[in-house]
Design a protein around this ligand. Structure first.
Ligand code: 5RP
Length: 223
């Protein structure tokens, strides 16, 4: 099976976790796009979604799925999103699509994080994928130096030769060269650095379940 087919498989499998009659939290990325497409088939059984990015909002609305502001609704039963990496405890690196801040907000608003990923995302130790960090532009160079002191090499993410600007009007640093053996501590520490909006390690908002797409089918991992 191709990676794209594995993404389709887990996107469809995630429908089982959507609670009829309840609003669902929706992440961002190519795997989530497969989920959104599948969700259209049950749109009459849910009031709608809370979305983690402008891109997902657009896709949901185009399929006729209402999107609610996160402040209009209370706790969500489930949040469904992809990951760039997931370890054996359900800790993740996320933000390859630059949506990490809103993803973490919607994940925090949800009782259960269901991660959908193909098997290439499963790792022993987080950090081979460059860790995305959303930052306030005036703090960029100081934060680059702080990562250098940890052995990481941070670079501003560019789009068309210019710093990429997130849905929140900030920039993204991608940090290479880290091996994150204690994700909870790393997330807590980096969150304290002035100018950091969100670090793309999801350890406090880790997955409860991962639907992993493999050649043998969907594996359900629980943490
Ligand atoms: C976006 C994310 C995505 O969940 C992550 O990048 C995985 O994306 P894809 O499903 O396209 O591989 O965190 O900010």
């Amino acid at each position: 099976m191709t990676q794209d087919e594995l993404k389709t498989l887990v996107g469809q499998a995630a429908l089982e976790y959507v609670v009829p009659g309840e609003i669902v939290g929706v992440g961002t990325g190519s795997t989530v796009n497969k989920f959104i497409d599948a969700l259209a088939a049950m749109k009459d059984r849910i009031p709608g979604a809370v979305s983690s990015s402008n891109a997902s909002t657009e896709r949901l609305r185009a399929l006729g799925i209402p999107v609610f502001d996160s402040n209009e609704v209370g706790e969500l039963s489930v949040y469904i999103d992809g990951a760039d990496e997931i370890d054996g405890s359900g800790h993740m690196v996320k933000g390859g699509g630059a949506a990490l801040t809103r993803e973490k907000i919607v994940a925090a608003q949800s009782r259960r994080f269901v991660c959908i990923a193909d098997e290439s995302k499963r790792v022993e130790v987080l950090g081979a994928f460059p860790v995305p960090v959303e930052v306030i532009p005036m703090a960029v160079q100081r934060i680059v130096r702080q990562f250098a002191a940890l052995g990481g090499s941070a670079a501003v993410r560019l789009r068309d030769g210019q710093p990429l600007i997130t849905d929140n009007g900030q920039q993204i640093l991608d940090v290479r060269g880290l091996r994150i053996k204690d994700p909870l501590r790393f997330e807590s520490d980096v969150n304290q650095w002035p100018g950091v909006v969100t670090v793309g390690v999801f350890a406090h908002q880790k997955a409860a379940v991962c639907l992993l797409g493999t050649a043998a089918g969907v594996q359900t991992l629980t943490y």
